[in-house]
Design a protein around this ligand. Sequence first.
Ligand code: SF4
Length: 212
Amino acid sequence: MKTGMLAADAAYDAVIAGREGDVLTAYEEAYKTSWVYKELKIVRNAKPLLTKFGTMIGGAVGMFDLWVNHLTGGFSFFGTMKHHKTDAASTELASKHKPIAYPKPDGKLSFDKLSSVFISNTNHAEDQPAHLKLLDPSVPINVNLPKYGEPARLYCPAGVYEVLRNEDGSNPRFQINAQNCVHCKTCDIKDPSQNIVWTTPEGAGGPNYPNM
Ligand code: SF4
């Protein structure tokens, strides 16, 4: 949110000053002098360390790294570690994993996806062009489903993507409930076939958290 606000401020200032070409430079400067940059720099190795050493050792080393970073204002014995694959390329075949049987939401501490979408006040004008598009509509069922179990139906926090079937389990079909999208952009990043294109919706549609 903070980086979005910085980007909006930089764009506004550049337009008012008639220097639209300077938006990216102004934005980068504003970002690098903001508190969000300092906070993100301190935790920059947290996920790469988990990936490299696993949850237990990576978690312990990550805590130590975070502490050193915090005390020194950004120094790390590991420098700045890199991810070597994109999130999309890191998706493993479904055949290498067992399905997880999650307990049903109890409505007190855990909730189903659509109840949570309702609380986010998400809305998009019904007559606007779809903001979620597939480069190739056949990929979800012909590629993603057999290879990866079509992960979009699992990682999307808003239940936007569904694989519908007949009662006997035949005829799988991919359905996109774009109206529910809470704009996390996970699908744009994580789809293993990089087949989902997320575009900015019209007219400030999307989630609306009035108490934030
Ligand atoms: S952006 Fe997030 S909420 Fe929207 S469809 Fe993609 S994964 Fe779902």
